[in-house]
Design a protein around this ligand. Structure first.
Ligand SMILES: Nc1ncnc2c1ncn2[C@@H]1O[C@H](COP(=O)(O)OP(=O)(O)OP(=O)(O)O)[C@@H](O)[C@H]1O
Length: 562
């Protein structure tokens, strides 16, 4: 049984809770209030005893910290990976079973880096008796997607579900484990390994979980629907005694299956004496948009609290996205318009006002392949590649990611190299207009003649022709910001946000069936649900075509067609 509450309700602070609520219900508002209430009432907190508040993205961490204001000092607001690294892996790294072969002395944080390099791959092929495998890029892709998960008997295994490279070779199954061991011997810890080692440490050292419970008498998790099974297992261990665990989320917004999250995670999570609550309000969107949202899910029917009647949601028929967008902008006057799309490719090409058809996501990677026959070539293409990435990320104000790209230009620990690269980056940014529409060869000349004299000369022949045939802006379009900030976002990156006017891009007319059938079990359905629920005032759906049947169906649901 679930008790209906609203975003201002006050709950018992000493009871495990689960709060389910749809988009715009005020989950974050409620959670921040609940944290304040707990800080105010609890006698179990102190200098070293804090509230843990776990959320999914760094953006959400910042938003909650900001909203807590000065109270944030008594709250550890963090992503789960950062939390587990800080409180489990780092302090207890010496307890990690030596059998894993992790070189603890070279572990320096965690990231999404994977071990690579020609020799590394050759050693891995030898160790796993797969010397016939040739497609190194596909092998690295497979390593990248390798995730820890529980097998049927509850053992953690690392194997993707699709162990086949793009060229058709099957990678033998145990080889992922061999890959992990080899990476750990180099001290490389992937984000996903933080979960693996945390679970292993907590499971095998009961004192670690006791210390966690003592340090964190309250443990709250926002966006719980995106939690993966390893995190769930860790939380269950923490919630067994002393610590109060509270989760909040919306199963209809579970869109991270590729990271191991499961649709039923929210419903199936339970602790002894856990109370369930539901918030059925929507404080974000107009009555018309809430009406559409209610058509697409059946478990919660939201009431529109704003009491704002707006214009009917629009379906915009446009053969190309740009002309569709112009129609939407005309309807919004000078108000800002946010576009949301499923694919990075569409979001990026919209950003650069290119049509998606002319967008070549492989162009940048191709540079590394084309200009690679010798180490001198590799040096040249690595510098050019990483400057393009750094320049484009800086332009998106993604400083951390830009500096990460830059760090691949100089050697680790080379302070002068770092300083020089930063200065070079400033020079290049200052000259952006002069090379953005010119050839890649022109960009190479600037690097070679003015910044990196030791880059080898491009002589006549295939590689030079390749540089001459490419335009810098085509390469730039391939740079994908890991955290997007602009007006054109992917749906995944827009999660948790809200905007006055939202345009959702449907690439095919068949996707409109989203509005005509209620199918929350399918992730594609949930992704679209997340997208349309970001809109406060105006919602536009762009479709390339619209047949008569769909048109009539959508109009009967309250859409206007433009
Ligand atoms: N009690 C409240 N009074 C006034 N405004 C509120 C209240 N609760 C939430 N809001 C406003 O309603 C909007 C939606 O709230 P919020 O972003 O917290 O929703 P949410 O449940 O986290 O949504 P989603 O799951 O879609 O990310 C925000 O603009 C927020 O400021």
């Amino acid at each position: 049984m679930s008790v209906v509450i609203n975003s201002d309700s006050v709950l018992d602070i000493e009871q495990h809770f689960k709060v389910a609520a749809g988009p715009g219900a005020g989950k974050t508002h409620w959670l921040v209030n609940h944290i304040r209430n707990t800080l105010h009432k609890s006698g179990r907190l102190g200098k070293t005893r804090k509230i843990a508040c776990i959320t999914y993205t760094n953006t959400a961490v910042e938003a909650i910290t900001r909203r807590l204001g000065p109270s944030a000092i008594q709250v550890e607001v963090s992503t789960i990976h950062a939390f587990l690294y800080k409180h489990v892996v780092k302090p207890y790294i010496m307890f990690i079973d030596p059998a894993y072969g992790l070189d603890v002395s070279s572990v320096d944080g965690h990231d999404d880096k994977i071990a690579s390099g020609y020799q590394f791959l050759a050693d891995w092929k030898n160790a796993t008796k797969q010397t016939a495998l040739r497609d190194d890029a596909a092998i690295l892709e497979a390593f990248k997607s390798a995730r820890w998960r529980f097998d049927a008997s509850g053992i953690l295994v690392v194997e993707p579900d699709y162990p086949r490279t793009s060229s058709g070779y099957s990678i033998k199954k145990p080889s992922y484990r061999v890959y992990k061991s080899m990476a750990w011997q180099k001290g490389i810890m992937h984000h996903d390994d933080v979960l693996f080692f945390s679970y292993d440490l907590i499971k095998n050292n009961s004192s670690i979980v006791d210390i966690l419970r003592a340090k964190f008498p309250y443990f709250f998790i926002d966006e719980f629907q995106d939690t993966n099974p390893i995190q769930v297992a860790i939380l269950k261990l923490i919630g067994e005694s002393d610590t109060i665990v509270g989760i909040i989320g919306d199963k209809a917004q579970s869109i991270y299956a590729f990271q191991g999250a499961k649709y039923d995670t929210f419903d199936s999570f339970n602790l002894v004496n856990m109370e369930s609550y539901t918030i059925e309000d929507n404080r974000r969107s107009t009555d018309e948009i809430v009406g559409i949202l209610n058509l697409t899910r059946s478990d919660i029917s939201q009431s529109s609290i704003r009491g704002a009647s707006g214009i009917a949601p629009n379906v915009v028929v446009a053969g190309d996205f740009m002309s569709g967008l112009i129609k939407c902008q005309v309807a919004c006057g000078d108000e800002e318009l946010h576009t949301l799309s499923y694919a990075n490719k569409v979001a990026n090409s919209l950003k650069r006002s290119l049509s998606p058809d002319s967008f070549d996501s492989k162009a940048l990677d191709e540079l590394l392949k084309k200009d690679a026959p010798s180490s001198a070539n590799k040096y040249r293409s690595r510098i050019i590649y990483n400057f393009i990435v750094a320049i484009e990320l800086i332009r998106e104000q993604k400083f951390a990611d830009a500096f990460k790209a830059l760090s691949k230009i100089y050697k680790k620990g080379d302070a002068d190299g770092k300083k020089k690269s930063l200065n070079d980056l400033l020079v290049l940014l200052g000259r952006y207009e002069s090379f953005k529409n010119d050839s890649l060869y022109n960009f190479y000349l600037i690097i070679k003649d003015e910044l990196f004299y030791d880059v080898s000369v491009l002589r006549m022949g295939g590689v030079k022709t390749y540089y001459e045939s490419k335009v810098y802006s085509d390469m730039a379009s391939c740079v994908i910001a890991t955290e997007e900030n602009g007006l054109c976002k992917t749906i995944h990156k827009a999660k948790g946000d809200e905007f006055d006017n939202v345009v959702v891009i449907f690439e095919k007319e068949t996707e409109l069936s989203f509005f005509l059938e209620n199918n929350m079990e399918r992730e594609e359905h949930r992704i679209k649900y997340v997208a349309i629920s970001r809109a406060k005032n105006r919602l536009f759906i762009i479709t390339p075509n619209l047949g008569e049947k769909n048109k009539q169906g959508l109009m009967s649901l309250g859409f206007a067609i433009i």
